[in-house]
Design a protein. Structure first.
Length: 274
């Protein structure tokens, strides 16, 4: 059973957590990241996203944790797997991965009542140059957003850092989806936009927990949701990529809860180590 929330809330409804709460988020975040590490060797040409999801569910259960997505608003899977022009919320299924496919795998686990939420990119087979550049820009945009996290800055500063970097690379930031607060709940205030004006939005305070998860398109930023009411795709069918970390605001900056234990957060690093 979840313990009641401690700490306080800002006027925008953003929870300020206590120092002791960081350890719970680290434990949940580490498990989510570890599962994504372990799934890397199972991403290959001919593999199905449904098989990857089944492996993820087995690993969540083996760890004695719970999947946050199974049963969430009727969703039936332990992950979202978004391939090529799918921006986010791709539903695992029977379709086989082809050579050169890029995919985002997004996993959220619940450990002792705390939610660990992270996603990263993978590639099946040979990575094209344009897809590699998209993945690099998206990863670096996430890290620039995290660099903007410190008490006294605003959520607009995070969004601006991401948007400014991405658009300088002649790519676009998706505006239809955003990061979110979390902790002992899956989704909570604030909405963490990946675009914005410096100095705008709520001010960051020590003890805030939230995700930063920019989605970047090679083409235009517009998306549409398919008839399944989950899968979001680029309207122009351009490639899309996403990376996500869960972070906590500390006295001096950001603490990342979802660091890869094996150093496999970026797919090219993964290939170098295999």
């Amino acid at each position: 059973m979840n313990e009641p929330h401690r700490g306080r809330q800002t006027r925008e409804g953003i929870r300020i957590h206590e120092v002791a709460d960081f350890s719970g988020m680290h434990k949940a975040g580490r498990l989510a990241a570890q599962i994504l590490d372990e799934i890397a060797d199972h991403v290959f040409v001919g593999q199905t996203t449904g098989a990857l999801d089944a492996l993820i569910e087995d690993k969540v259960n083996a760890a004695g944790a719970k999947s946050a997505t199974i049963g969430y608003k009727g969703y039936r899977h332990a992950s979202c797997i978004s391939v090529n022009h799918v921006v986010c919320h791709g539903i695992p299924g029977d379709k086989m991965l082809k050579d050169g496919d890029i995919l985002n795998i997004d996993v959220t686990v619940i450990v002792d009542g705390w939610f660990g939420d992270t996603s990263r990119m993978y590639v099946a087979g040979k990575l094209s140059r344009k897809a590699e550049r998209l993945i690099d820009v998206t990863h670096d945009a996430l890290m620039k957003g995290i660099e903007a996290v410190r008490p006294g800055n605003t959520f607009g500063d995070i969004g601006h850092a991401i948007q400014n970097y991405v658009e300088a690379q002649r790519m676009s930031v998706v505006r239809d989806f955003c990061g979110h607060g979390l902790g002992r709940v899956f989704h909570a205030p604030p909405n963490v936009l990946h675009y914005g004006r410096p100095g705008s939005g709520p001010r960051l305070e020590e003890g805030m927990f939230f995700t930063i998860e920019p989605m970047v398109n090679l083409g235009r930023p517009e998306t549409k949701v398919l008839a399944d009411d989950w899968t979001a795709v680029t309207r122009d069918k351009s490639l899309s990529a996403q990376f996500e970390h869960s972070v906590g605001v500390t006295a001096s900056g950001a603490e990342i809860f979802t660091l890869s234990p094996a150093g496999l957060f970026h797919p090219t690093w993964g290939r170098a180590q295999n």
